[in-house]
Design a protein around this ligand. Structure first.
Ligand code: BES
Ligand code: ZN
Ligand code: ZN
Length: 504
């Protein structure tokens, strides 16, 4: 269902040399004295020595993430042997470094259909680390490329992981589960990469439905008339300048015996021109990714339902296209949000907080145990933390710490940020309850403080500003492709898993 199918993982216990594949990846590590050793299990001492010599001859150092290719054949069934550097013993124990290294190997092998990985795997976690890295790194977005422009789906289709003993039922089951997570991340990437003319708000809302086909998830969609009837003034105001009307989608997964309720809210601006407060032309195309929070919610709800995690999850997707049409909202307009709060719109480019506010009020009305929103909310987020680290803010210290811990375990880079009460006054309006624009300094924080106003006291809420990490405009690295990254999906799934264990 994704543009590039997420590769299937097969577990085998053949010897690496006897494994049938197009390319065999073996692990290399540096040893004292500028030498390397091959650390994959299952190799004969002779081939270990021979491979170490051959990789040394082509300059291998064994540093983490290094990838070198040699012809195979001979005693090896594989026609290509790839040496993958895993670095020092400490680096080999860092799951994120291993994921990035495996990602480098799989990306380098684009065009090769079947890849076998013969790597040292300490335990089940180690196996899953390697598996998801491969599945995320094989991603390519080719849905809008015609066959003539070269290579539809050139990426790796199947990944064989070579084990030392026959695969256990536990291992096979865990691979199935991690595949559900990887598939969801890749689906989120597809939605983010889809051009904005192909994904107006109605299509994004529909994508919430199609993503969960066959899963026990119900999806309700508000069209523009429903939004008007129910008074969702923020979503309507942002959408009113576009010929493509806004929507709100609500996804609900309510398994029997759910032990907790998690609400996920995602910013779904299918294209952000800025509206009347129009953005400069340079790089405006990247604003197709302004629905990455929504896409992450869609992917996460799908994964959580597929994994049958015993937590009730509601996913909220407020979606609109922010365009400067004749009907567009103006700077100076006062709008009435869902729940009655009035907002003076001082800058129509600060639109994410307007659509999110409506959805947060709706989500909170159901009194979930925790609300997490994800949004490409501010350019200031990227200024503060760069393009690879998400910011996490909250009205509850324990909830913020739980989400940061979950992100770390899931392999997503986040950092906690404050919501200083002193900044609230920068959002004061002379005509309405609040303005949508605060001080430029601390712009990420005043955006968070604006959202906080719409969360009832006592309702635990965490805000993830993913403006930087949601979209990789530079080259690919590790298991992260260019374009949509799927940021926040793995964190959301991890939080749901922790809530199921009563740990959050
Ligand atoms: N979608 C943007 C934020 C953004 C910028 C995301 C760059 C990813 C990359 C958001 O709607 C926006 O325009 N925010 C304004 C807010 C300002 C007007 C208060 C910004 O950050 O400049
Ligand atoms: Zn904007
Ligand atoms: Zn935006």
């Amino acid at each position: 269902m994704t543009s590039t199918p997420t590769p299937k993982i097969t577990l085998v216990d053949t010897k690496p040399a006897a494994t049938v594949t197009d390319a065999l990846v073996v692990a290399i590590a540096p040893v004292r004295g500028r030498k390397i050793e091959v650390i994959s299990p299952g190799l004969s001492p002779a081939s270990r020595t021979r491979l170490a010599e051959a990789f040394t001859a082509v300059g291998a150092t064994g540093q983490s993430g290094e990838v070198l290719r040699l012809p195979g054949g001979g005693t090896f069934k594989a026609p290509t042997i790839v040496g993958l550097g895993l670095g020092s013993a400490a680096q080999q124990k860092d799951p994120e470094l291993v994921r990035r290294a495996v990602g480098n190997a799989i990306r380098t092998l684009s065009g090769i259909r079947r890849v076998a990985l013969a790597l040292p795997l300490a335990d089940l976690e180690g196996l899953l680390t390697v598996a998801i890295a491969g599945q995320l790194a094989a991603y390519e977005f080719v849905a809008f490329r015609s066959a003539t422009s070269g290579g539809k789906n050139a990426s790796t289709r199947s990944i064989t992981i070579v084990l030392e003993s026959p695969p256990t039922a536990e291992q096979k089951h865990a691979i199935k589960e991690i595949t559900a997570v990887a598939t969801a991340v890749n689906l989120t990437r597809d939605l983010v990469n889809t051009p904005p003319n192909a994904l107006p708000p109605a299509a994004l809302a529909e994508a919430a439905s199609s993503a969960v086909e066959g899963l026990p998830v119900t999806v309700t969609i508000w069209d523009e008339n429903d939004l008007l009837r129910d008074g969702l003034g923020g979503i309507l105001a942002v959408g009113q300048g576009s010929a493509n009307p806004p929507r709100l989608a609500r996804m609900e997964y309510a398994p029997e015996g759910a032990v907790a309720h998690l609400a996920l809210v995602g910013k779904g601006i299918t294209f952000d021109t800025g509206g009347i407060s129009i953005k400069p032309a340079a790089n405006m195309d990247e604003m197709k990714a302004d629905m990455a929070g929504a896409a992450a919610v869609i992917g996460a709800v799908r994964a959580i339902a597929a994994l049958a995690i015993p937590v009730r999850v509601t996913g909220w997707i407020p979606t609109a296209e922010n365009m400067p049409g004749g009907g567009a909202q103006r700077p100076g307009d006062v709008i009435t949000m869902y729940g009655g709060t009035t907002v003076e719109v001082l800058n129509t480019d600060a639109e994410g907080r307007l659509v999110l506010a409506d959805a947060l009020v709706m989500a909170a009305a159901e009194k979930p145990d925790l609300i997490i929103d994800a949004a490409t909310l501010t350019g200031a987020q990227r200024v503060a933390l760069g393009s690879r680290t998400a910011a996490v803010m909250a009205n509850d210290d324990a909830a913020r710490e739980a989400v940061c811990a979950a992100a770390g375990r899931a392999g997503e880079d986040v950092w906690p940020m404050p919501l200083p009460a002193d900044l609230r006054s920068t959002l004061d309006s002379s005509t309405a309850d609040i303005a949508n624009l605060g001080d430029r300094l601390g712009g990420m924080l005043s955006a968070g403080i604006f959202l906080k106003e719409f969360v009832p006291t006592g309702q635990a809420w965490v805000h993830m500003d993913i403006a930087g990490p949601a979209f990789n405009e530079k080259g690919p690295y590790g298991y992260t492709p260019k374009g949509g990254t799927g940021a926040a999906v793995r964190t959301f799934v991890q939080v749901a898993g922790q809530m199921a264990l009563g740990a959050s």
